[in-house]
Design a protein around this ligand. Structure first.
Ligand code: NAD
Length: 378
């Protein structure tokens, strides 16, 4: 009997023990779950806080990026669409200069692919910065005295300082640019079968004995004077063009450019129009070298650019004058600019510059007849 009672109690105990064990297990799991869910909610809460903080920190950065993107998403001037067949790959040496940058604008807007090569001696990035990033545009910092290897269809060879103070600053470099530089560009034209247009100058006529100057006139140049590095440099550049044409079959075009003016002329480059405007604006004397009776004729840059493009795409390989035949004395220009600027500046006469041409006026009958070109002004 006693044994039975003991067995019953121990049986009960075992059940109780099991029950108690099960209850303890449930309680344990519940407490672990509670802790877990509690921790999770703390963690989630923490994560939310971190995310919130990150969001707060990133928001102003996002705004800055948006601002930067807006400032970088440059608005380019309108560009025509040209089919693959009509679109040309065009190199402009000296394309960051006064004339070159206007030519870049025209060719870009016409829908071509333009590569500007410039060593920034007198040119400025600012002149072409409105094209930087455009898929049809490339700017290369390169000196044409070094060879260049690119694939192009046309080369406008403008690289050369153009104003007397600039080309006289380093006459040897001016000579190298116009000789070695031109040889390099003709070599490139020969290699890739491109057509080359040389930006020559009315200075090849020197101080002319023929007036107005037509393309048949051989010129009157002092080969050892202060302007010779430029004048003779351009003359030999023309000679090189025709040697490459005759010997190597390179297609060349030669534009003899007369005085040109317009926006983006460097204010301090010493050319007469920009000089007078600057002096008149600053109330300084307008400096006239000699008596002021020497004549010049100025064309506007857009006329020149149209003439260059017409010539490049024509079949005229002999030199063509591009200029405005309306001739005035330097004194007349000085008075005109003084009155237009409404300046109190006086006109100051200085000793005549050596080898300064006395008369300058283009005969543009050839350009009119063969290109249908004449200046229209602005
Ligand atoms: N503007 C005129 O009235 C005029 C008249 C006659 C001829 N031209 C000819 O037209 C061309 C352009 O003249 P511009 O008035 O624009 O002058 P510019 O000085 O404004 O431009 C000349 C450009 O050539 C670059 N350059 C010079 N040497 C170089 C070199 N070694 N390598 C690479 N780039 C070089 C300069 O940095 C500059 O960007 C010149 O060849 C000039 O002789 C101009």
């Amino acid at each position: 009997m006693m044994k039975r009672v003991i067995w019953l109690i121990s049986g009960l105990n075992r059940r109780m023990m099991k029950l108690l064990f099960a209850l303890a297990l449930i309680a344990y799991i519940a407490s672990v779950w509670g802790t877990y869910t509690n921790m999770r909610s703390i963690q989630e809460h923490g994560e939310m806080k971190i995310e919130q903080r990150i969001d707060e920190a990133v928001a102003p950065l996002r705004e800055k990026i948006r601002d930067l993107e807006q400032s970088f998403s440059q608005k380019y001037p309108p560009v025509k669409f040209l089919s693959e067949k009509d679109r040309k790959r065009i190199l402009i040496t000296g394309g960051a200069g006064f004339v070159g940058s206007h030519l870049t604008d025209k060719l870009m807007m016409d829908g071509h692919e333009v590569t500007v090569v410039d060593n920034f001696f007198t040119g400025r990035k600012r002149n072409v910065e409105h094209w930087i990033g455009h898929e049809n545009f490339e700017l290369i910092n390169h000196d044409v005295v070094e060879p260049l290897y690119i694939e192009v269809d046309q080369i406008y060879h403008l690289a050369s300082p153009a104003s007397p103070p600039n080309y006289m600053y380093n006459p040897i470099k001016t000579l190298k640019t116009n000789t070695i530089g031109t040889l390099n560009m003709l070599g490139l034209a020969k290699r890739v079968g491109a057509r080359l247009l040389l930006a020559s100058t009315s200075e090849v006529y020197g101080d002319p004995e023929v007036h107005p100057q037509n393309e048949e006139y051989w010129g009157h140049v002092n080969p050892i004077g202060p302007r010779a590095c430029y004048d003779e440099g351009k003359r030999v550049a023309e000679t090189m063009c025709y040697a490459y044409m005759k010997q190597e079959g390179v297609e060349v075009r030669v534009a003899r450019i007369f005085n040109t003016f317009g926006s983006r002329m460097h204010m301090n480059d010493g050319r007469v129009v920009s000089n007078f405007i600057l002096q008149a604006l600053q109330g300084e004397p307008l400096t006239v070298y000699g008596s002021g009776a020497q004549t010049r004729a100025f064309q506007y840059v857009s006329d020149l650019v149209n003439g260059l493009v017409l010539l490049m795409n024509s079949n005229i390989s002999s030199p063509v004058n591009l200029g405005n035949p309306e001739e005035h004395t330097i004194l007349e220009f000085a008075r005109l600019i003084k009155s237009l600027v409404v300046s109190r500046s006086q006109i100051q006469f200085l000793p005549e510059a050596q080898d300064d041409p006395q008369r300058r006026r283009p005969d543009i009958r050839k350009a009119k007849m063969l290109l249908g070109w004449e200046p229209v002004g602005w």
